[in-house]
Ligand binder design. Structure first.
Ligand code: SF4
Length: 122
């Protein structure tokens, strides 16, 4: 009987610890949220830009925020590291100087860069 209680106690303790660790990880990944979240989910419905590289029509504030958090810049400051040679870059079919990124929506420039840059593999 004692052993059974100990096992239950141990299970609850481990379960609680793992839940706390999971919640901490989720907090770090997604932030704690704030009162502005519902408004931030509204889509950007500004007039469409004529330049596709600057066209953020339909890109949500949340996606724009992701771009900021990853410190995306239109012009890389690191030689030989840019979106054009990043493994997460998605070139557009029309082969313009812009494309997409697997990590967030909206256009990125071939010469752009962010902290998630990874080398392209063959
Ligand atoms: S991960 Fe960063 S560097 Fe790579 S394509 Fe996306 S924005 Fe560019």
């Amino acid at each position: 009987m004692k052993e059974k209680e100990y096992s239950r106690r141990r299970f609850i303790s481990q379960y609680t610890t793992r839940c706390a660790a999971l919640m901490g990880t989720m907090f770090l990944l997604y932030g704690c949220g704030d009162d502005e979240k519902p408004a931030a989910k509204e889509e950007n419905t500004d007039k469409p830009a004529t330049d596709r590289c600057n066209d953020f029509t339909g890109v949500s504030e949340e996606e724009l925020d992701k771009r900021k958090r990853m410190a995306y810049v239109d012009k890389s400051q690191i030689p030989d590291n840019s979106c054009g040679n990043c493994g997460l870059y998605i070139p557009w079919e029309d082969q313009t100087a812009c494309g997409g990124c697997l990590l967030f929506k909206g256009p990125v420039r071939e010469e752009g860069h962010c902290i998630q840059w990874v080398a392209k593999t063959a």
